[in-house]
Structure formats: structure tokens, C-alpha cells
Write a protein that binds this ligand. Structure first.
Ligand SMILES: Cc1ncc(COP(=O)(O)O)c(C=O)c1O
Length: 368
């Protein structure tokens, strides 16, 4: 089976983990955590990093630091991994779902303004599948309406918008280092911010709200969202390879694009977009199965599997899930993209002959 994603390690991850184990620093104290925070923040171009146990915790920590609470509304894309909407619910606030842009699948800035109410406090743009959101109009609306921006960059480490790194636009940006992400720490996440006050608050909240100058004195209800030194040991080594991983994913995307272009021209599939202002990292190269293919998207996934190729359907739009059903409103693009989308194998270690095999299989499935 060609897997959809695979972590890529060398000796350095192993040596760092051995070092953490040998020194006994296996929980959240130890040199790797701060090193990883510092290096990752520097890579993205933001002042401060707060490492967390996963990306979902990072989103919750960020919303909490911005005092999002009961009665507040937060605009989130309908089409995202569920953690984006759930993190808003963890604050007892209400996620308001925004439709996708049909051309690049991220939140549609033109659909935002009508959904802003007196209760709206923040927007969470998600750079979905590695493609950046159109940040300029989102920034304009956030300034005009006085809304915070928390970028969910869980799938977009190193993605650029108009040549600027995503993760540098909002008050806080959040990342995931799950095993299928561009770089991984097994489970893991991080909040980045340029704001010292938010940085301090997130650091303290992550550690049970404990006063850094007075042990076991807790000024407010915090969380245990800390990253371990073992995780960070892996992260420090992974970060050194991030540019190579991105370069390779972009090359793989290019192979897919060239090989599948004729199917797109004939209207059978949609290709993973990259708009002129975007530099995507193609976290997972994806295609849309159009209606004129003789088989459904789910049958397509089955056929790929029969041929030893792993793939994933796109996320369901949040508003169709049981806990968010009642929020549903005209979200047609998200529904359409979600129902057609497939993520294809995009591990940086894949070779050209494997991508050629996947392309050939796709052509056979479509039967041209
Ligand atoms: C867009 C998005 N946001 C948040 C998360 C949550 O990250 P984690 O799985 O590390 O909790 C993910 C993870 O896959 C994601 O894709």
C-alpha cells in the first residue's frame, strides 16, 4: 500500500530522543522544548512560540488567551478538520460557519462580512491542505470590525501568501505536529505570537495557570497542555529538514499536475489549486472527482485501495455533523468540495515511479 503520508526521520531524531531519555528529561522540562519553540518561531518569522501537546490544544489555548467565552461568536470555515470548530466550543462560544471559496477551498472572504454580528470576536482562517487563505480582505474586515485573527496553520507550515509566511498575520497562529504533518513530533502543536502579553499568558495557561514566581499558586484555571521534551527532541531534528520536505512536496504536486492535467481539461477531475498569490506546501495533494466520472468519489477511493493506493476523503463540512447541524446555512461550496475531494499520497519520500503509478491508476479508474 502506498500510504497517504509517512513521517521521515534520520539518525538525528533518534539521537535527540536518546539524549532526552539518558538525561532523564522526558516530561515538559528539558532543553529541547525551548529550542524547538525558539527555532520554529524563528523559521516562521514570529517572536514567541508556546509548544503544546497537540494542535487542538494550541487552538484552545489561543482562544482562551484572547478571552473568547460564552456568548461570543467566532467565524470558522465550514470545511476544516473538526478541531477548528471544537476549540471554539471548548470556550463555550459559538462557531459560525463560513463557506469555502470555490477556486482554492479556503474560507471565502466575501462571505465573512454578512456573518459578523455584535457578538463576533474572532476569525479563524484555516490554510486548508496547505493552500493559504486570501489574507488581505480578511485583515481588512478584521480591522474594520475589530476582530482577532487566529490562523489555523496546522496544515501549512511554510506556506506563503504574497510571499509572506502564513502564521505571521494574526494575533496568534496555531500549528499541529501530528505524524502526517509537514514536520512531526508524534503528537504536538504550537502557538506563535508577536505579542509578549499573549505569549506570557499562553505559557502560564499551558502549565495549569501556575504563577511562575510562586510554585503551586494558580491565579486562574489553566490546563496541562505542555509538550514533552521527547516530542520536542524529535521536532528540533525535523525542523532542520522542513525546507527539503516542502521542496519535495511541491515537486510531487507538479508531477501530479502534469500527469492529471488532461483529465482536468476533459472535465473529469479538479486539480489541487495554487492561486497566483499563493505558495502552497501541498500538505496533501488533492483532487476533486467531478460528476461526469462514471463512479462516485467513495467508489474511487475503494478502487485506489484495490490497487494498493491509500487515499482520504475530504473533511465533512462541520455543519452536517450532529453537534453542529443546527448552525447550517447556505454553505454550498463547502458541501460541493467536500463531497468530491480526495487526498492522494504526498509523502516526501515518494518517488516519481510511484506517482506515475498513481496517475496511471487514476486514468484507468476513469477509463480513458
Ligand atoms: C486544520 C486543522 N486544525 C487543527 C488540527 C488539530 O491538530 P492535532 O491533530 O494536532 O490536534 C488539525 C489536525 O489535523 C488540522 O488539520
Amino acid at each position: 500500500m502506498i500510504p497517504i503520508a509517512e513521517p521521515v526521520f534520520d539518525e538525528e531524531e533518534l539521537n535527540n530522543v536518546i539524549k532526552a531519555v539518558k538525561t532523564g528529561w522526558i516530561s515538559s522540562k528539558g532543553e529541547f522544548v525551548e529550542e524547538f519553540e525558539h527555532n520554529f518561531a524563528e523559521y516562521i518569522g514570529v517572536k514567541y512560540g508556546v509548544a503544546t501537546m497537540n494542535g487542538t490544544a494550541a487552538l484552545h489555548l489561543a482562544l482562551n488567551a484572547l478571552n473568547i467565552e460564552k456568548g461570543d461568536e467566532v467565524l470558522v470555515p465550514d470545511l476544516s478538520f473538526i478541531a477548528t470548530a471544537n476549540s471554539v466550543k471548548y470556550c463555550n462560544a459559538k462557531p459560525i460557519f463560513v463557506d469555502s471559496h470555490p477556486d482554492y477551498w479556503c474560507i471565502d472572504p466575501d462571505k465573512i462580512e454578512d456573518l459578523v454580528s455584535s457578538k463576533t470576536k474572532a476569525i479563524i482562517p484555516v490554510h486548508i491542505y496547505g493552500h493559504p487563505c486570501d489574507m488581505d480582505p480578511i485583515l481588512d474586515i478584521s480591522k474594520e470590525k475589530n476582530l482577532f485573527i487566529i490562523e489555523d496553520a496546522a496544515e501549512a507550515h511554510g506556506t506563503r501568501y504574497k510571499n509572506r509566511m502564513v502564521g505571521t498575520f494574526g494575533e496568534i497562529s496555531c500549528y499541529s505536529f501530528f505524524a502526517n504533518k509537514i514536520i512531526t513530533t508524534g503528537e504536538g502543536g504550537m502557538c506563535l505570537t508577536d505579542n509578549e502579553e499573549l505569549y506570557e499568558k499562553m505559557k502560564i495557561s499551558r502549565d495549569h495557570g501556575m504563577n511562575p514566581d510562586k510554585r503551586y499558586w494558580h491565579d486562574f484555571v489553566g490546563f496541562n497542555y505542555r509538550m514533552t521534551n521527547l516530542q520536542a527532541a524529535v521536532g528540533v531534528a525535523q525542523l532542520k529538514k522542513i525546507d527539503k520536505f516542502i521542496e519535495r512536496k511541491r515537486l510531487i504536486a507538479n508531477w501530479y499536475k502534469k500527469g492529471l492535467q488532461e483529465l482536468e481539461e476533459q472535465g473529469y477531475i479538479g486539480l489541487h489549486p495554487e492561486l497566483p498569490w499563493a505558495k502552497s506546501i501541498f500538505w496533501m495533494y488533492s483532487i476533486l472527482i467531478n460528476k461526469n466520472c462514471k463512479i462516485t468519489r467513495d467508489q474511487f477511493i475503494e478502487k485506489l485501495k484495490e490497487n494498493g493506493i491509500d487515499s482520504r476523503p475530504f473533511f465533512y463540512p462541520a455543519h452536517v455533523l450532529p453537534m453542529y447541524e443546527f448552525y447550517s446555512k447556505n454553505l454550498k461550496n463547502a458541501e460541493d468540495i467536500s463531497s468530491k475531494g480526495i487526498n492522494l499520497p504526498t509523502s516526501p519520500i515518494l518517488e516519481k515511479n510511484q506517482i506515475d503509478f498513481i496517475i496511471k491508476t487514476i486514468k484507468e479508474i476513469i477509463n480513458i
